[in-house]
Design a protein around this ligand. Structure first.
Ligand code: FAS
Ligand code: PHB
Length: 389
């Protein structure tokens, strides 16, 4: 089999890139390890930047997100019983859209299938051969048979645990990593959100986040120990702890119910450089990971897709390699800014096990400064709604 762009990974990065390329008549094949149903049952991001919305519109999948998504023009931060708002429209010209990553992926699968996209599921033993040559191939096994996909370029959109990043020789690649000493225990419940906006809570007991998917579907997180397991937390224990970490007025309003999903995500900051080796281009979680505090994971994958799509269009439409040659440099410039914001917001809002009383007082002082200083609020708002591509 042959294609112009072989895309490894059928998550949001791979699907968005494939659909965008299709709009320009550029052929791709998406190779996905799991089944479509498995990909669609993963509960992940919930906040979309305007840049991602624009890419979805350009890819022809922007209709439902604008119909069913919820535009938010601010977010709430609480510390103890205090709470204040960061107003996005006061400091920026755009809101964010609350719309689950699962729905983004669903929209993209529907579009790819409607345009006869070549999606191959349940592939295994994927191997990228000749990435540093002019004729790369992707070898894989499906239905028990070994296949070879010849291509011009390979997009490694296979997430943190994929094969793409590891294909770049360690002698040519440098990894940067920070692992946080806690995780996020997340619960999805068919209950009305406690507030119509998100609440990021710093409490003496640890971080909490009140989010949502729609008016009848809430998404909550509490900071948990690294050795915690979802089965260690009954629903009641989760709700009781969440109540302790948010302001009393919000805790009194909280509507609880059975969890329909409960999982723990570890938190890490990670970047690999470069994001290109020959004709292999890393995109999204394959190249970088952020703690979800700043809602930047999916949104930084989107800016990678933008830069790669632009470079591939340039080479196919204008025989100009400038976009591809500068892909890694351009993508990393924005990656590091979202890494910084995600690290800063995580450090501000979580309780660290080895945190001294002085450091906790410094945390509260910075939150107070954010509450009272317009320049600090503007910096937070501009990072949260999304820095320019
Ligand atoms: P993905 O990991 O989504 O997709 C990679 C795809 O490649 C997967 O479908 C995988 O099955 C496939 N794959 C892997 N190896 C393969 C192989 N060898 N061959 C073929 N296919 C292969 N971001 C936020 O902004 N907010 C959040 O709240 C948030 N929560 C998260 C919670 C969890 C548990 C995780 C893991 C991530 C979370 N993220 C969050 C980040 C997440 O949204 C990612 O940024 C986003 O999924 C990035 O999309 P992709 O780059 O497509 O990677
Ligand atoms: C979510 O709704 O899953 C969500 C929202 C904002 C974040 C992280 C996760 O910062």
């Amino acid at each position: 089999m042959r294609t112009q762009v072989a895309i490894i990974g059928g998550g949001p990065s791979g699907l968005l890139l494939s659909q965008l390329l299709h709009t320009r008549g550029i052929d791709s094949v998406v190779l996905e390890r799991q089944t479509k149903a498995y990909v669609l049952q993963r509960i992940r991001a919930g906040v979309l930047e305007q840049g991602l919305l624009d890419l979805m519109t350009e890819a022809g999948v922007g209709e439902r997100v604008y119909r069913e998504g919820f535009a938010h023009d601010g977010t709430l931060l609480s510390y103890g019983d205090e709470m204040f708002r960061i107003d996005f429209t006061e400091h920026t010209d755009k809101p964010v859209m609350v719309y689950g990553q699962t729905e983004v992926t669903r929209d993209l699968y529907k579009a790819r299938e409607a345009t006869d996209g070549r999606l191959v599921f349940q592939v295994s033993d994927v191997e990228i051969v000749g990435a540093d040559t002019d004729s790369p191939e992707v070898q894989y096994t499906v239905d028990g048979a070994r296949q070879t996909l010849a291509c011009d370029y390979v997009a490694g959109c296979d997430g943190f645990h994929g094969v793409s990043r590891k294909t770049i020789p360690e002698t040519l690649r440098k990894d940067y990593e920070k692992v946080y000493p806690f995780g996020w225990l997340g619960v999805l419940s068919r209950t009305p959100p406690v507030h119509h906006e998100l609440i990021y809570a710093n409490s003496e007991r640890g971080f909490a986040l009140c989010s949502m998917r729609n008016e009848a579907l809430s998404r909550y997180y509490i900071q948990c120990r690294l050795d915690d397991r979802p089965e260690d937390w009954s629903d009641q224990a989760f709700w009781d702890e969440l109540r302790r970490r948010i302001p009393g007025e919000q805790a009194a309003r909280l509507v609880t119910g059975p969890s329909i999903e409960k999982s723990i995500a570890p938190l890490r900051s990670f970047v690999t450089e470069p994001m290109r080796w020959g004709r292999l281009f890393l995109c999204g979680d394959a190249a970088h990971i952020v703690p979800p505090t700043g809602a930047k994971g999916l949104n930084t994958a989107a800016s990678d897709v933008h830069y790669l799509y632009t470079g591939l269009r340039q080479i196919y439409e204008e025989s100009d390699a400038e976009g591809l040659d500068r892909y890694s440099e351009r993508a990393l410039a924005r990656v590091w800014k979202t890494e910084r914001f995600s690290w800063w917001f995580s450090t501000l809002m979580h309780r660290f096990p080895d945190q001294t009383e002085f450091e906790y007082k410094i945390q509260l002082a910075e939150i107070e400064f954010l509450r009272t200083n317009k320049a600090a609020q503007a910096a937070m708002a501009q990072n949260y709604v999304g820095l320019p591509y």
